[in-house]
Write a new protein. Structure first.
Length: 545
């Protein structure tokens, strides 16, 4: 136990001494009631845009409050930075090669396997899944499921509710929250519950709620230092199609279509026609059409965007917006919409908190807030995720523990390495249920209770598979320790990258093969092999090193 943890343990003991009752056994609160779990997960929410992680961009008071009343994990990671795979890790507590869902393109989740919700159900829990599911097969193990189809739409989205299709009018983040709270209203109050509340937001194409249009209009967001990264020494970093400059679409992503959808960029007409196809503005006014705005929504939308579009076209035609001016305009446009979408997420996190408080549930419910992965906010010039680079490998994680146990949780930071394969065992332990042997993650409940197991993991394993595919990020796997990250990009390339995160946190200098790095490379490769054996990843045998 290091000095800091000793301090926390002492703080925990004194909090205990001051309390009238002590923390109950796992899975129960002081009054002997089973703990409930509310697991809120966004899609593509960067830690950079949560103010308790990073104060540069926006304020997120409701997410921050969960951290202030609980804990903020400062080293939280995913196993495979992509939606479907992350969701499969959550459900199984296993790496992608074990749960079978390695990529979005071809993945169909095998719902017949052991999963967290099924284990919870067997243990007497009511389970619900509301919002983005993205695993293709029908959900299993849920008493109630009410999921967005595919990626889901921001406006008037289609849901499948226990097998039945329906369109709900309104804005996705609000509706998903409404449905989740309605389910809480109708649950059996005598049984504990685990609610998975999964937003589509802030996934591409970052469409804000109408009430948030105009928010941050007067803000100029700081350009990341690595926005104009030239990828020197990193071939695999250059080989992608997720550059704000080159790949972000003016119409689809940045909403610069006029009413005739006639805007063209002479340098990339193909990209713009793709954008036009995706940007769904061909409405049937008055009718409720899934994924499209109704007439009133469209009018409010146009009232905000039309002047921006006019100005943009003028500045583009006059040459005022070209080169770096255009690139930085794109960055600002992207950030404005993305941050507005987050504002609505944060407001809805507040609604969940208020509901739990008003219904006396806050003191008996663990509230988790996280994302399916991190996201690039212009670092290395990127949007999207997928890479094992820090911005997408990491994911935000804050956890508010309930009641008396909250008091013995040291408010503040937990620095230990956690990964999304840990959610299932953590939730099982919190529910007082057994953690099956074959689960690969570790319960981080002890960390939340102010303890730090001596044998806690010191390194993380990562494996990304989706290539060839959209954004063209090459397949890779790697290991990360407290100081270094080593990755191997394979398939149609064979490139290694090594970063010293202490000296080079922005990961600009690939040290692989540099004189003087032999010993550290060797020990990292050994650790990588150890993890591939531990997690039983067949790639090791295939790559034969
Ligand atoms: C969509 C997006 C991509 C994104 C993937 C995966 N394109 O295909 O930009 O990387 O989802 O995202 S879009 O044109 O359809 O918006 S994930 O979070 O679901 O894995
Ligand atoms: Ca995602």
């Amino acid at each position: 136990m290091n000095e800091k943890h000793l301090l926390y343990a002492v703080a925990g003991l004194s909090a205990l001494a001051g309390a009238t009752a002590c923390d109950g056994p796992s899975g129960k609160n002081v009054s002997g009631k089973k703990l409930n779990i509310v697991y809120i997960m966004c899609d593509d929410h960067s830690y950079q845009t949560i103010s308790c992680y990073d104060g540069r961009f926006i304020r997120t008071p409701n997410i921050d409050r969960l951290a202030q009343e609980g804990a903020r994990f400062t080293n939280s990671f995913v196993a495979n930075s992509l939606s479907g795979p992350s969701r499969a890790c959550l459900l199984t507590g296993k790496h992608s090669h074990k749960n079978g869902f390695t990529n979005n393109e071809h993945g169909v989740f095998d719902g017949s396997q052991q999963t967290l919700p099924k284990l919870l159900q067997t243990g007497g829990y009511q389970t619900a899944m509301v919002g983005k599911w993205h695993l293709v097969s029908e959900p299993t193990g849920f008493d109630y499921w009410d999921i967005l189809t595919g990626q889901g739409d921001y406006y008037n989205p289609v849901f499948i509710r226990n097998g039945e299709r329906l369109v709900r009018e309104g804005y996705s983040t609000d509706i998903v929250t409404d449905v989740a709270l309605e389910w809480l209203d109708h649950r059996d109050p005598d049984k504990p519950f685990c609610l998975f509340l999964h937003h589509k937001a802030p996934h591409r194409s970052w469409m804000p709620d109408l009430q948030d249009l105009g928010l941050y209009d007067d803000v100029t967001f700081p350009l990341p230092e690595t926005f104009y990264d030239d990828y020197e020494s990193r071939k695999a970093a250059a080989l992608q199609e997720m550059s704000i400059i080159a790949d972000m679409n003016l119409i689809y992503d940045l909403k610069m279509a006029d009413h005739e959808n006639e805007f063209h960029t002479p340098d990339n007409p193909a990209l713009e026609s793709y954008g036009r196809d995706l940007y769904r503005r061909d409405l049937a006014p008055g009718e409720l059409v899934a994924g499209r705005m109704n007439a009133a929504q469209q009018a409010a939308w146009d009232a905000y965007y039309d002047p921006i579009i006019r100005q943009f076209k003028e500045d583009y035609a006059s040459g005022k917006l070209s080169g770096r001016a255009l690139y930085e305009w794109k960055y600002q446009r992207y950030m404005h919409d993305y941050c507005r979408v987050i504002h609505s997420v944060d407001r809805n996190v507040g609604r969940v908190y208020d509901y739990l408080k008003e219904h006396g549930l806050l003191e008996n419910t663990i509230v988790i807030y996280t994302s399916d992965q991190g996201f690039f906010m212009g670092e290395h010039g990127y949007f999207d995720k997928r890479y094992m680079y820090e911005e997408s490998f990491r994911t935000p994680l804050v956890v508010r523990m309930p009641g008396k146990s909250r008091k013995i949780v040291r408010g503040g930071d937990i620095e230990a390495f956690v990964q999304n394969i840990d959610y299932a065992p953590t939730i099982l332990e919190a529910a007082g249920l057994e953690i099956p042997e074959d689960i690969q993650g570790e319960s981080f409940l002890p960390l939340l209770r102010g303890r730090h197991p001596a044998d806690w993991r010191q390194s993380l394993y990562y494996h990304y598979y989706e290539y060839p595919a959209e954004h063209s990020v090459r397949r890779h796997y790697g290991v990360r320790t407290g100081r270094y990250s080593l990755m191997h990009f394979y398939n149609d390339i064979d490139e290694w990258e090594l970063f010293d995160l202490q000296e080079d946190p922005q990961q600009l200098h690939n040290l692989y093969g540099q004189p003087g790095t032999e010993a550290v490379t060797d020990s990292l490769r050994k650790e990588l092999v150890r993890l591939q054996l531990l997690y039983d990843d067949p790639i090791r045998a295939q790559n034969g090193f």
